[in-house]
Design a protein. Structure first.
Length: 728
């Protein structure tokens, strides 16, 4: 939009400004209706509506780098007249809550106004906005100098959050250019655009009043794709984003309220809704699980248990108690929570042996093929992915009955729809279901929280002894992190030499790769972790450069795009290919190759011939570093974690529990050259500790139900016996 304004003729520029002003007014109108409140009563406990903001808007034409960037700053005074006539300070909490949604409203109204006045068309939506169709991407990038400066500052300080972006924008801004006419601004813009051979006259235009076309049936899927519940502002965002070609604020508000009044939205508690589909599948799963509390499912004989324990003399007390509880309770649905390093699969192996010796067929499943394969390899339970099992049950190729035990591994990563379907299929067939997981590790991507909701209602068996981390001080720090004591955990790790800081991101990554290489040379199995794929790619390249420089790799055998592969290179697969015998997250070492592909030794023994088309599709990378999601379930000797402010309790706990001997975190330290230091958002040491205190766990819809909701009252957690520790 700013490129069209900056390079357009006088009439085009005026129309863009008018559209921008109308969109700003609509965004403020939305905030005025939803977030303009004052507080009353003792301690300000009563929140009442106010009559509108006292504000001043300042329209700016450029970024600090001088690029065409039409935008407005709106300064809102911290006072408003309440509906009772008194002038007092604002209750600003809702301004922060609704700020992002106001941005979606602005973008939708802007598209609507530009379609009406200039007939502009728009590309597909991305994070709430859509670029003007026909403006070359290269030209947009050329006029985004300021964005590059901000990203560079964030990169230098290892920061990624929105707060860090704001702080970086402040710390890197140049002085304003005063008293420059619009004509003086436009001349260099026109010159800068000339090599691209483009002008707004080249745009395809279709003057119209865009209609807001979105059916009620299309909205629930958008709202519950990643969360089980939603608020009114979530609906506003969904409707605004669905309006690719734009919509007025009135249309957005009307469509939002019409949906919330319709039968496809169920209000769980004041201001929070879900859909009938989500609520029914959660209620059904809970009801089925509770109904099978004492029906004698999966009962193993005392003799089979004794033999299983005798064959595993290293089994701990908590593991033996958990296995006994799973095999003797008779509950149709039972939950095993296994914190990182507590030997969950070892325990499941013993339970499998007892069940099979008692005549049961034990089947396993997990969200990822890699997790299913590990369950099969380490616990001896024949396993497939959840999608494959559900498809098999639907077609009749797979079956469950009263002689079956279904083990669902990493159940916390299964979305509510898959988990409820599996529980429903198994309980209807009379099988015993064991849900295994850890709500303190990475959560599901899809809408869920169902695993935690079931654990809360049914009680659970838990493993308690960390067998993975050898260092008692590190075990204690990780226990603090899991319990929500993030500040204590970071302090303990720092005292124990597990936190490394340097002055900038480049030095930090060099130090991290050097430490990884030293560990590798000492014979340790070492792995680097980061939260973002782009950073992982950089670490992999740096690691490979160091290996080449040290002569640790053999001859190069294949180059695909920017990636080269040599004999000895460690690689990782990123796509399931059952024909090849490759699973997502499989790792191996290159032993040969050529123009047809690579020969890779996977798992230390099996050789897989990986064809060129698999590699060209981007399904293979170097494997010296990986994302935290890819590392869940892995154990190595030493782990090196590149920390930043995007972490959460769950991602931090998952990352810092992968290493047996040591887990170190690497952070960029704040510069103090100016005597003032950086804002906390740009001090990654502070930001990392704060981020680890933030949970990314999801909540089931039924956990938001008010007392008036038509669902049976929640029972207290049932206690298992015998077991070391039970209950929420």
């Amino acid at each position: 939009m700013s490129v069209v304004w900056g390079l357009g003729d006088e009439a085009t520029a005026a129309a863009v400004v008018a559209a921008h002003e109308a969109a700003v007014d609509s965004a403020l109108g939305y905030l005025g209706a939803q977030a303009c409140h004052v507080r009353r009563g003792h301690g300000g406990v009563d929140v009442i509506s106010a009559n509108g903001f006292v504000a001043a808007a300042f329209r700016h034409r450029t970024s600090r780098a001088g690029d065409p960037t039409l935008h407005s700053h709106v300064l809102v005074s911290n006072m408003a007249q309440g509906s009772d006539g008194r002038w007092t300070a604002l209750d600003t909490r809702d301004l922060y809550t609704h700020g992002r949604t106001a941005g979606f409203v602005y973008q939708a109204v802007l598209r609507h106004e530009l379609a009406q006045s200039l007939g502009l068309l728009f590309e597909e939506m991305e994070r709430g906005y859509a670029d003007v169709a026909g403006v070359p991407k290269e030209l947009r990038v050329a006029f985004s100098t300021r964005r590059g400066q901000i990203l560079a500052a964030m990169e230098a300080h290892g920061a990624t959050s929105a707060k860090a972006a704001s702080a970086a924008a402040l710390s890197t801004r140049a002085p304003k250019t005063e008293h420059v006419t619009e004509a003086e601004l436009r001349r260099p813009w026109v010159e800068a655009a000339r090599p691209f051979g483009w002008s707004p006259a080249d745009l395809t235009r279709f003057v119209r009043t865009p209609g807001l076309v979105i059916e009620d049936e299309d909205i629930p899927g958008r709202l519950t794709e990643s969360d089980a519940t939603f608020t009114r502002r979530d609906v506003v965002r969904a409707v605004a984003q669905a309006a690719t070609q734009g919509a007025s604020l009135g249309d957005i508000e009307e469509r939002t309220d019409a949906f919330l009044r319709a039968e496809l939205a169920i209000e769980l508690s004041p201001g929070r809704w879900t859909t009938p589909e989500i609520l029914e599948l959660e209620r059904s799963a809970v009801a089925r699980a509770e109904a099978g509390r004492s029906r004698g499912a999966g009962l193993a004989s005392a003799e089979s248990l004794a033999r299983a324990f005798h064959a595993r003399p290293s089994m701990g007390t908590d593991q033996a108690g958990a296995v006994e509880a799973l095999c003797t309770s008779g509950h149709g649905v039972q939950i095993l929570i296994g914190p990182a390093g507590t030997g969950k699969t070892f325990s499941l192996d013993a339970a499998r042996a007892a069940w099979e010796a008692s005549g049961y067929r034990v089947t396993g499943t997990a969200l990822a093929a890699r997790a299913a394969a590990e369950l099969a390899a380490e616990a001896g339970i024949a396993s497939v992915t959840a999608d494959r099992l559900l498809a098999g049950l639907a077609s009749g190729r797979a079956r469950l009955d009263e002689a079956s035990v279904l083990v669902i591994d990493e159940a916390g990563m299964l979305g509510a729809r898959r988990l409820a379907a599996l529980v429903g299929e198994a309980t209807q067939a009379g099988a015993k279901v064991v849900l295994c997981g850890d709500p303190k590790q990475l959560p599901e991507v899809d809408a869920s929280g169902l695993f935690a909701a079931l654990a809360d209602r049914l009680g659970y068996v838990t493993l308690t002894e960390n067998h993975r981390q050898r260092d008692p001080q590190e075990r204690a720090a990780l226990a603090d992190l899991r319990a929500g004591r993030a500040a204590l955990a970071v302090e303990a790790l720092e005292r124990h030499g597990r936190v490394v800081t340097t002055d900038n991101a480049v030095q930090l990554r060099e130090a991290m790769v050097a430490d990884w290489y030293s560990s590798r040379r000492a014979g340790d199995e070492a792995l680097m972790l980061a939260s973002r794929r782009s950073v992982v790619a950089d670490l992999n390249q740096a690691a490979r450069d160091l290996l080449l420089a040290e002569g640790a790799l053999g001859p190069e055998v294949l180059t695909v795009g920017e990636l080269s592969f040599a004999v000895g290179d460690e690689v990782m697969a990123h796509h399931n290919d059952y024909r090849l015998g490759l699973l997502n997250s499989d790792t191996g070492a290159v032993i040969g190759g050529g123009q047809a592909g690579l020969s890779v030794r996977v798992g230390g023994a099996r050789v897989v011939e990986i064809p060129l088309d698999y590699i060209e599709a981007g399904h293979l990378s170097h494997g010296y570093a990986t994302t935290i999601h890819k590392a869940q379930g892995r154990s190595v000797d030493r782990v090196f974690v590149l920390g930043d402010d995007s972490f959460s309790t769950e991602s931090g706990y998952t990352a810092l529990t992968r290493g047996r001997h040591a887990n170190a975190v690497y952070l960029v330290s704040a510069h103090r050259d100016d005597g003032h230091g950086l804002a906390p958002e740009l001090d990654p040491v502070v930001a990392f500790a704060r981020a680890l205190g933030r949970s990314s766990a999801k909540t089931a819809a039924i956990d938001h139900l008010g007392p008036q909701a038509p669902i049976p009252a929640r029972p207290g957690p049932a206690r298992e016996a015998p077991v070391l520790e039970v209950g929420p």
